[in-house]
Every structure is written in structure tokens, then in C-alpha cells.
Design a protein around this ligand. Structure first.
Ligand SMILES: NC(=O)c1ccc[n+]([C@@H]2O[C@H](COP(=O)([O-])OP(=O)(O)OC[C@H]3O[C@@H](n4cnc5c(N)ncnc54)[C@H](O)[C@@H]3O)[C@@H](O)[C@H]2O)c1
Length: 336
């Protein structure tokens, strides 16, 4: 049996990942989470209610080195998803944010080095490590900004520019994870993820904007847009992200020690205004919107160039943005 450790396993991405592995009887899955995220308790209750024999839950903090040792020892795969995830919270609590995201990752890497040196280790980093990208040339169209010189999006060669405490803490962790491959030979992979959306996500105004917008619209509440709404994001449905995780796991020889951008790509990009317009079409109603000033480090456009991941694993996003949004709306209707 393979021992799979998922830190932050009661979160949005972690719950989806745990569900993938528990269905395989060859895997023993450990979900490690301190349940600090609103909604994480609902996710873990849901997972535990299924009575999977191969699922264990450890309620613990990523900074608890002793408890980490128990969770990590003998692991074959470690998916490190536990994090303080909101830029806004990081601005209010930068020390706590650093302790969880940067130090927590370092504690986990060290524990793996000592007790699970051969484990495959995937870290969920973020496109925020590229900063606000304000140096890039943009064109302004009626509903969106467009990158003038990066028609396929942003590659991993874009210079790092940590912006906001969240950018700094996640970026430090991103570099440590990479370096633990170079210095200690750990089998690490870094995913710089764009906006991911799907079931079991408890989005709010600070993080998880796609599901937050849908929830607001369905509850007839006003959506607040920070900036002018023309900012563009490539969105990736969770099933496509899960497919990418499993493909790098299978193709470790080509992927370990590497960093990959992963997102919906050009075809799955929406500006906020365009997403709202699309939701108005499928929900068949007008959505109220108000505007506030830009938030720190906000990129006007982020679109992931997925070429390297595609070359290494033959992965590409399969669920279109239109289909993904419809699937998520259906899921919300059935589950709330
Ligand atoms: N969802 C996205 O769009 C997205 C994009 C880029 C990167 N990421 C990264 O992916 C990872 C997972 O994101 P998510 O969307 O599932 O977020 P999430 O908030 O749903 O999940 C994170 C989980 O970590 C747990 N956690 C927080 N602090 C902890 C601590 N100190 N110790 C143990 N557990 C702790 C939370 O309770 C939560 O269940 C995060 O590292 C995030 O930075 C997510």
C-alpha cells in the first residue's frame, strides 16, 4: 500500500485530491489539517462520513514538528497544500502568514528529509510569485486587458517578484521546495497554480473568487469588484488540476526538481466583467456589481503558459471555462 500524505487535505484542493486516492484501495491516505479555514470542517466531516477504510485524519498544524514526524514517516507521496491562502489576511498578519507558509513548508521538507527521503513531494505554489507584472505591455479592450507580447501567457522564465506578504511567504516556500531537490535530492515538484475552481471550495471575497461570485449571484447579493473588472485570470477546473497532479506523479523522472505553471491557459481566461456577463446569461438574471480600489499586487492579466507541463506529461486542460462554470453551478444547487 502506498502512503499518501495530504497537508491541508480538508481544504478545497485537498478534499478533491483525497477523494481521488481513497477510491484506490492501494492507497492509504492521511489528511493532515488544522481546520483553520472556514468550510474545512464541513469537508472533513463529509470525507469521514463515507467511512473509507483507507482514510485517516490527523488534526494538526503544519508548524507542529512532532506531529508532522508521525504523519510523514514512511510516506510515499506528500502533497503539500496547507497554507494561509489569502493575500488580504497576509497583509493584516504577515508574521503568522510567514510562519505557516514559509516556515511550515521548511518544517515539512526537513521532516521529509529525515523520515521520508524517497517520497514524491508536490508543492502547491502560486502565480503570485511573479508579482503584479506591471512591467508587461498591455492592450486595453472593451471588457478586458490583453498581454501585448505574451500571446501564450506567462512562462516559468518570467522573473520572480514577490509582492505582498503572501507572495513572499509562498515564494520563499516555492524556492525551498525546489532547492531541496538540488541540495538533498528530494523528489520535489512545484506547481505555480492559477485560479482553481470547483466543488468543495468555500470561497469568499478574499480567496476563491469564482465560487464566491457564483454564490453571491445565486443569493441575489451584490458582487464587489476591486479595480475596473477588466483584469483577466485563466481559470482551471479542479478535475483538470487533479489530472495534472496524477500525471506528474506518474512522470516523476521528467518532473522532479522542476517548476511548472499550471492554469486554464488562454482559452480558459475570463475577465471579471466577462465572467459576470456569462453568469448573467446562464442564471438568466441581472447581477448587481459595485467597484472598489485595486488591491495590492493585483495582476491586470495572468494567463499561464502550460507548455512545459504539456511537454513533460501530455497534460492539457480538458474542461472549458463555460462547461466548468455550469458544472459548478449545478454542484452548488445540488449540495447547498
Ligand atoms: N485555490 C486556488 O485557486 C489556488 C491557487 C494557487 C495556489 N493555491 C494553493 O493551493 C493550496 C490549497 O489551496 P485551497 O484552495 O485548497 O485552499 P484551502 O484554504 O481550501 O485549503 C488549505 C487548507 O490548509 C489548512 N491550513 C491552513 N493553515 C494550516 C496550518 N497552519 N496547519 C495545517 N493546516 C492548515 C486549512 O484549514 C485548509 O483546509 C494552498 O497552498 C494555496 O496557496 C490555491
Amino acid at each position: 500500500m502506498k502512503k499518501i500524505l495530504i497537508t491541508g487535505g480538508a481544504g478545497f484542493i485537498g478534499t478533491n485530491l483525497a477523494l481521488k486516492f481513497v477510491k484506490n484501495s492501494d492507497s492509504a491516505v492521511i489528511v493532515y489539517d488544522n481546520l483553520s479555514r472556514k468550510g474545512a470542517s464541513n469537508n472533513i466531516d463529509f470525507l469521514l462520513r463515507q467511512n473509507f477504510r483507507n482514510l485517516e485524519f490527523i488534526r494538526g498544524d503544519i508548524r507542529d514538528v512532532r506531529l508532522l514526524k508521525t504523519a510523514v514517516s514512511g510516506a510515499d507521496c506528500v502533497f503539500h497544500l496547507a497554507a494561509q491562502v489569502a493575500v488580504t489576511t497576509s497583509v493584516e498578519e504577515p508574521v503568522e502568514d510567514f510562519e505557516v507558509n514559509a516556515m511550515g513548508t521548511l518544517y515539512l521538507l526537513e521532516t521529509c528529509r529525515k523520515y521520508a527521503k524517497d517520497a514524491f513531494f508536490l508543492y502547491a505554489s502560486t502565480n503570485k510569485v511573479y508579482g503584479d507584472l506591471s512591467g508587461l505591455k498591455l492592450k486595453e479592450l472593451k471588457t478586458r486587458y490583453v498581454l501585448a507580447d505574451r500571446t501564450n501567457g506567462i512562462t516559468e522564465d518570467e522573473p520572480l517578484d514577490f509582492y505582498s506578504p503572501y507572495g513572499c511567504s509562498k515564494g520563499s516556500a516555492d524556492q525551498y521546495v525546489r532547492d531541496y531537490h538540488r541540495i538533498y535530492g528530494l523528489k520535489t515538484v512545484v506547481f505555480r497554480q492559477s485560479c482553481i475552481y470547483g466543488p468543495y471550495q468555500h470561497g469568499n471575497a478574499d480567496q476563491g473568487w469564482v465560487v464566491h461570485f457564483i454564490n453571491q449571484a445565486m443569493a441575489e447579493k451584490t458582487i464587489t469588484i476591486y479595480g475596473d473588472g477588466k483584469q483577466v485570470r485563466d481559470i482551471l477546473y479542479i478535475d483538470d488540476l487533479m489530472d495534472a497532479y496524477l500525471r506528474v506523479l506518474k512522470n516523476q523522472n521528467k518532473c522532479c526538481g522542476r517548476i511548472f505553471n499550471v492554469g486554464g491557459g488562454v482559452r480558459n481566461s475570463f475577465s471579471l466583467l466577462e465572467l459576470i456577463q456569462y453568469m448573467e446569461e446562464i442564471l438568466g438574471k441581472k447581477i448587481e456589481v459595485d467597484f472598489k480600489s485595486w488591491r495590492p499586487g493585483d495582476q491586470k492579466v495572468f494567463i499561464s503558459d502550460n507548455t512545459n507541463l504539456k511537454k513533460a506529461t501530455a497534460w492539457k486542460p480538458r474542461i472549458t471555462k463555460q462547461h466548468g462554470i455550469k458544472k459548478l453551478i449545478e454542484w452548488i444547487k445540488e449540495n447547498t
